[in-house]
Design a binder for this molecule. Structure first.
Ligand code: GDP
Ligand code: MN
Length: 395
């Protein structure tokens, strides 16, 4: 789960990371009021969307009066901010107003999980402001990394090493090392999966400050971090994914037209590969998980159908803990309770498969049942083509 910049800054500040003073607003009037409240003569108005690259997209504006602040905010509210990271754009409903800083240097600081090494990597660079992926590709020697063993923690000497590596003055090393370790504590304590301060700046007064902040959290840890879970902003999520998440389903939205109901992430990947190999494009996939009840399968089916791009539904279940008869019951239930007009291709294998197939056959519903994944992919693509042709013929 991602959170907004202002939320990340609030969390980081609680751990002792210095951030600029600022105030959140939900309207241009409130934005200008925030500026007056903060005082000073220069402010930065920042669109709060779950994306980086806002600066170049017009989502970060430096202003010199409260009227300018209101105008800048007015230009952002309700707009869909299209950034390099999010080509579909994200809507701006919140704007953050901060005291503007006099910037001397822009640096980069980040913390990520290295899953394969089962460790945490802390990254820093003297080249701030740029996207990390770009920097890694263009100038990898400008990135400095230290690996942190989570059981030991991020040690003082490692933090100092990074601070020196990015060329901070000797007088700034202690401050930087404190900031780095405070950020690390926030990352660990709050079950973050990613933390990025880009840019981390040196101000004209030689202060070190997080000018931008991004944090993402491990969804699987949110149950024990209710205060973090509350920061969720649905307006920034793919509505298809939040609908499913609310029902305890793991859903991934894609751009094609074959909706997929599958059990397990591995089988999902294999199914997507098979669809692509056969020349089709998946619209999404929904993982029903293990031991799914008919009710759960029904909900999964409904969630997949909510995507109007879906032209055909492919159900691929390899039942171990799951039961094919329950899956079949869920599918039949979906046909009864919602008006399913799209073709449905079902491949069932494993536990209670005969019973599952019998339920589907006896339902008398127009369900195409197949035995292999390859066949499922082919039939789904055929059916999708027919639906498109029919829609085209119908006008
Ligand atoms: P992003 O584009 O979404 O990553 O948004 P950032 O918060 O990183 O802002 C983009 C850029 O705007 C920064 O790299 C700075 O160059 C500039 N910027 C942001 N806040 C200030 C500020 O207070 N003063 C000045 N001078 N520039 C700022
Ligand atoms: Mn940034």
């Amino acid at each position: 789960m991602d959170i907004h910049e202002y939320q990340a800054k609030e969390l980081l500040a609680r751990y002792g990371v210095p951030v600029p003073r600022g105030g959140l607003s939900y309207s241009p009037e409130q934005a200008s009021y925030r500026a007056t409240e903060l005082g000073g003569t220069r402010w930065v108005v920042k669109a709060q969307v779950h994306s980086g690259g806002r600066g170049e997209a017009g989502g970060v504006k430096v202003c010199h009066s409260d009227r300018e602040v209101a105008e800048a905010a007015n230009g952002m509210f309700g707009r869909r901010l299209v950034t390099r990271q999010v080509p579909r754009g994200k809507c701006v409903y919140r704007v953050y107003v901060e005291e503007a800083m006099e910037i001397k240097r822009e640096l980069y600081f980040g913390i990520v999980l290295d899953r394969s090494a089962e460790q945490i990597t802390v990254v820093a660079s003297a080249e701030g402001g740029m996207e990390i992926e770009e920097l890694a590709a263009e100038n990898p020697q400008a990135l400095f990394r230290v690996t942190v063993e989570p059981a030991v923690g991020f040690l003082e000497f490692q933090a100092r090493e990074l601070a020196f590596a990015i060329g901070l003055a000797p007088s700034q090393i202690a401050k930087a090392s404190q900031l780095f370790r405070a950020a690390y504590r926030a990352f660990r304590d709050l079950d973050a999966a990613l933390l990025e301060i880009n840019p981390l700046v040196v101000t004209a007064d030689e202060d070190l400050l997080a000018l931008d902040a991004k944090m993402s959290f491990d969804d699987n840890a949110l149950y024990r971090r209710p205060a973090i879970a509350e920061l969720r902003d649905r307006s920034q999520e793919d509505p298809r994914e939040s609908h499913a998440a609310d029902r305890g389903l793991a859903y991934v939205g894609l751009d094609g037209d074959i909706g997929c109901v599958i059990n397990g992430a591995g089988l999902a990947m294999a199914t997507l590969d098979m669809i692509k190999l056969a020349g089709g494009e998946p619209a999404n996939f929904l993982d029903i998980g293990g031991g799914a009840s008919p009710e759960r399968v029904f909900k999964a089916f409904r969630a997949v159908l909510q995507d109007s791009n879906v032209k055909v539904v492919l159900v691929n279940i390899f039942a171990g803990i799951n039961r094919c008869d329950w899956v079949a019951e869920g599918i039949v239930d979906a046909f009864r309770k919602i008006d399913v007009t799209l073709p449905v291709v079902v491949r069932l294998a494993g536990t209670h498969v005969e019973e599952g197939k019998r339920i589907l056959a006896e339902s008398g519903l127009p369900i195409v049942t197949v035995d292999t994944l390859a066949e499922a992919a082919e039939r789904a693509i055929e059916a999708g083509t027919e639906v498109r042709a029919a829609a085209g013929a119908g006008g």
